[in-house]
Design a protein around this ligand. Structure first.
Ligand SMILES: NC(=O)c1ccc[n+]([C@@H]2O[C@H](COP(=O)([O-])OP(=O)(O)OC[C@H]3O[C@@H](n4cnc5c(N)ncnc54)[C@H](OP(=O)(O)O)[C@@H]3O)[C@@H](O)[C@H]2O)c1
Length: 246
């Protein structure tokens, strides 16, 4: 039987494209985000194009932490079981430090770090009960080096990556895999206002690579793998003056 996956932030960008990619591969899908109407449209498009075994949708704000813990088992029941939970929902607000942007920074940590942690915690509870599972989280190459005008974003993604490493160790021998993805620039509404997007790939290509990495159950990977696996290491070595111009 084809696997089933819950994707947070499935109404746009990577989450939406991955839903189409995995539907084509025959997965059952549970799609959540804050935009119920968009999710219903996506469900109809997916059913018309690929007719996967099941597509369930549900409104979920990942910062409504109590609701995250209700949504995971609810979606599992809707699909007759879940194999993969992908904590993908995220925001990038371009916050600047010392310029009255603290509210943006707070929101960024709430969605990208705490919202993802709630999703992972709820998934772990479900998978521990079930005896198996696969948790996937979207970090970013911004986790490799704190980026200007994205301080909270970088912190949220570095925090999530370390959190997922810890979760992997804590769930070792529990038959639960943990994958951390570090995308570079994938063309989505999150970043399409930026002037400079090095090594940009289309969202369809990004979704295809992510689907392959999920199916291989890699522990961690940049997206695309090359050149970001090399550039990511170099980013850690660049002088502050170079990073400051980015
Ligand atoms: N695109 C890139 O180059 C890139 C690079 C590195 C990492 N990432 C990460 O990849 C993930 C997806 O980003 P994207 O590029 O696909 O951006 P996107 O097109 O803006 O999509 C973001 C998704 O997150 C959802 N979301 C935002 N706030 C939410 C909340 N409070 N509760 C639930 N869902 C929420 C949005 O849905 P609703 O508005 O419907 O709730 C939307 O579906 C993010 O974590 C992002 O940081 C992206």
């Amino acid at each position: 039987m084809a696997p089933s996956i819950l994707i947070t932030g499935a109404s746009s960008g990577i989450g939406k494209a991955l839903a189409f990619e995995l539907a084509e591969r025959g997965y059952s899908l549970a799609l959540v985000s804050r935009e119920g109407e968009l999710l219903n449209e996506i469900r109809q498009e997916i059913q018309a194009a690929f007719n996967p075994p099941a597509v369930a949708v549900r409104v979920l704000d990942v910062t409504d932490y109590d609701d995250v813990f209700q949504a995971v088992p609810e979606m599992a029941e809707a699909l007759g079981g879940l194999d993969i939970v992908y904590a993908n929902a995220g925001i990038g607000l371009g916050e600047r430090v010392g310029r009255g942007d603290f509210e943006k920074a707070r929101q960024t940590i709430e969605v990208n770090l705490l919202g993802a942690m709630a999703t992972v915690d709820a998934a772990a509870a479900y998978f521990l009960e079930k005896g198996s599972g696969h948790i996937v989280g979207t970090s970013s190459v911004a986790a490799f080096r704190g980026m200007p005008k994205a301080s909270a974003y970088s912190a949220s993604k570095a925090g999530l990556a370390i959190y997922l490493e810890a979760v992997r160790a804590e769930l070792h021998k529990k038959n639960i895999d943990v994958t951390v993805l570090y995308p570079g620039y994938i063309d989505t509404p999150l970043n399409n206002m930026l002037k400079n997007r090095p090594f940009l790939i289309s969202v369809e290509k990004g979704a295809e690579i992510i689907a392959r990495l999920i199916e291989k159950k890699v522990k961690s990977s940049t997206v695309p793998v090359y050149p970001w696996n090399v550039v990511g290491r170099l980013m850690k070595l660049l002088p502050t003056g170079v990073i400051a111009k980015m």
